[in-house]
Ligand binder design. Sequence first.
Ligand code: NAD
Length: 360
Amino acid sequence: MNKQILILPGDGIGSEIMAEAVKVLELAADKFGLGIELSFDDLGGAAYERYGVPLADETLERARQADAILLGAVGGPQWDTIDPALRPERGLLKIRSQLGLFGNLRPAILYPQLAEASTLKPEVVSGLDILIVRELTGGIYFGQPRERRVLENGERQAYDTLPYSESEIRRIAKIGFDMARVRSKKLCSVDKANVLASSQLWREVVEEVGQEYPDVELSHMYVDNAAMQLVRAPKQFDVIVTDNMFGDILSDQASMLTGSIGMLPSASLDLNNKGMFEPCHGSAPDIAGQGIANPLATILSVSMMLRYSFSEVKAADAIEKAVSLVLDQGLRTGDIMSEGCRKVGTAEMGDAVVAALKNL
Ligand code: NAD
């Protein structure tokens, strides 16, 4: 049966980068004999304009029915002042939580061709290949109660809640260990167990899950140290598993080690490996509509979809190879441009990946 894929381009550069990713997806499907059927809908600001909400019920239902979802990015300044409950980012949080997409995989891989684009010294980052496994549907971004109030003395106060239950920690830890098992068999769990009760439980449960993975070497690190180590000696890490907020921050930090956020894909998986795949970057309103955005993170998200949701390893490998070949050819969008390379736009970069994939 054909795989049903829901395409949500979103806002800003979303439609530009998605057009290129769809070209690559269609070619990969053709080349590797995968039956796919694409449908399109809106999320975020585009959905707010069309449906009056950032995630319409019918879109959510379509997402539930789909085998996988490919997302561009959401958000933009034109929606910064609307009712906070209707902001584009709300649609994103809702689709993740409603579909139970708790396992966020964020690889930070430095393509050797881009070593110069990193702000860190080439010897510190060359060969970098880290996978951050971030818990995505729990913790402080979802915890209740959260409130803003005025105290008796007239002072404003606000607070959030950081809850983690054993089952939430267990299932994300398992993903961390599974990923480590097929990579270098090293897992680093990042927490703040010296201060936070939720982190103490986190560490305890990760240790327990570790008993089932005697072949994986488990270590623990406090998040403040992890932030420092990521820029000091990032290659000491292979797979990192961490909570929602720490993962949010550390994965953006890790992305810069690789030169540009425009290169980084992500996968958000449920218990059955159904997933939503999206670039790590946002909607880049500053460059939207100019045809200059880097489509490679979205193209690499297609590769993650084929690998993790459909187990189409050959097709996934081929897309990654095609991207690498295009970088070998010296083609660069503005965000990864360096001396001696040729600057191209979004469509030209997408076309080059298509051409490379065709010839593989
Ligand atoms: P951003 O990632 O959109 O942009 C940060 C910088 O990186 C900008 O200078 C942008 O031009 C550049 N950039 C991002 N993607 C690029 C690409 N593919 N090619 C070339 N350059 C690229 O982050 P921001 O500016 O903080 O946020 C803009 C909007 O995106 C906000 O509304 C924010 O809420 C939203 N956002 C959405 C997501 C998501 O949809 N998952 C993630 C982060 C931010």
